[in-house]
Design a protein around this ligand. Structure first.
Ligand code: G6P
Length: 367
């Protein structure tokens, strides 16, 4: 099928803009229209059969897995190992009985992820995959393949596939929580109704595009950047740094906020922008104190937060960007949007090739 830019300057911009619609498609595919219940198309998938999960992927899909670890552990009480496919495949990890191994891949063709899947075949694990291409090798070789319904993604830097992967992983975590009776049914239906509202919240976030463009213009003169986040925002900080590196070529690193004092604080000076992803959740005050440590050393803080958090915390920041408020469980999906928009507009400001960044391939089918 031929896919064009639909009036956008780049495929990446188009794919960012498509997210409310495609996440809506993903939700429609996995949730019953009647409200309340979760109707996964695979009723045989029963999370009471597993004692642990192993999530394996590369690149952006790996950060989706890291995020999912927080969801499965917090919501379902199910322990999760997360690994980079190229590490997993050669480490010879034991695969205990009652493990489900989940492989996440946009293309379904990444060589290392496929090799990791094959390693698990015949080793007692149930093999699941979360893919965008249902005919792909990874999908075909799985016991069960769950499609993300993102539609064709052309930009090398993954955007809508990431948020759709997160959506499916969160739905899986909620399914696991429900199967294992680890979640209060009222809380479950509350979260499901928040999820149904997510496309419109993302739409509202995309309307802040101009704010992100201005912030990115300021970021575009930096040589380095540091992303910080705690809890579920830590994988998002990693994804924000990856996006920025991939398409704007600015050197970026991400740290869990609590690790700041164990090394990266030595890098802080007035030339180091520090992007702090901090929704107002249970860890917010701790993140604010990390932020103050940065500002006390002359670091320039770009705070990305939500409305009630912003006022008090943003006094001395370089920039504060305020997103709509969502339930903290959903914030990783929402905070993917600023990560994408910042990278996108920074790359545009620098004039780099957004859709075809140097040295990168959309799908890495050789080792
Ligand atoms: C490449 C792409 C990334 C992607 C990664 C994994 O490095 O540039 O955007 O996240 O491969 O690809 P997959 O198709 O397995 O999700």
């Amino acid at each position: 099928t031929h896919v064009d830019k639909g009036g956008h300057k780049h495929f990446m911009a188009k794919e960012i803009a498509e997210q409310p619609a495609v996440i809506g498609d993903t939700l429609r595919h996995y949730l019953s229209a009647a409200g309340g219940g979760l109707t996964l198309p695979q009723p045989e998938m029963d999370f009471t059969q597993y004692d642990r999960l192993t999530l394996v992927a590369c690149g952006t899909a790996y950060y989706a897995c890291l995020t999912a670890k927080y969801w499965f552990e917090q919501l379902a009480g199910l322990p999760v190992d997360v690994d980079i496919a190229s590490e997993f495949r050669y480490r010879e990890p034991p695969v205990p009985a009652r493990t489900a191994a989940i492989f996440v891949s946009q293309s379904g063709e990444t060589a290392d992820t496929l090799a990791a899947l094959r390693y698990c075949e015949g080793r007692a694990a149930k093999i699941l995959s979360i893919v965008n291409v249902p005919e792909s090798s990874i999908a075909r070789e799985s016991d069960l393949a769950l499609p993300i319904h993102a539609g064709v993604e052309i930009g090398v830097a993954s955007t809508k596939a990431f948020t759709c992967q997160l959506t499916v992983l969160l739905l899986m975590a909620l399914k696991a929580a429900s199967d294992r009776e680890a979640i209060d049914p009222a809380r479950l239906s509350d979260l499901l109704s928040h999820l149904r509202g997510l496309p419109s919240t993302i739409n509202n976030t995309l309307e802040l595009n101009e704010d992100f463009r201005k912030a990115a213009y300021q970021l575009s003169s930096a040589e380095n950047a540091l992303f910080l986040g705690r809890g579920m925002m830590y994988p998002l900080a990693l994804e924000g740094a990856l996006k920025l590196k991939e398409i704007s070529y600015i050197h970026a690193e991400a740290y869990a906020s609590g690790e700041l004092k164990h090394g990266p604080i030595a890098l802080i000076d007035e030339k180091m922008p520090v992007i702090v992803m901090a929704p107002r959740d249970a860890l917010f005050d701790k993140t604010v104190s990390n932020m103050q440590e940065v500002m006390a050393r002359g670091g320039k803080v770009m705070l990305i937060t939500d409305a009630p958090g912003a006022a008090a915390a943003s006094e001395d920041t370089w920039l504060t960007l305020t997103l709509p408020q969502v339930d903290p469980i959903l914030s990783p999906i929402l905070y993917a949007i600023p990560a994408q928009l910042l990278a996108y507009h920074t790359a545009v400001a620098k004039g780099t090739d957004v859709d075809q960044p140097r040295n990168l391939a959309k799908s890495v089918t050789v080792e």
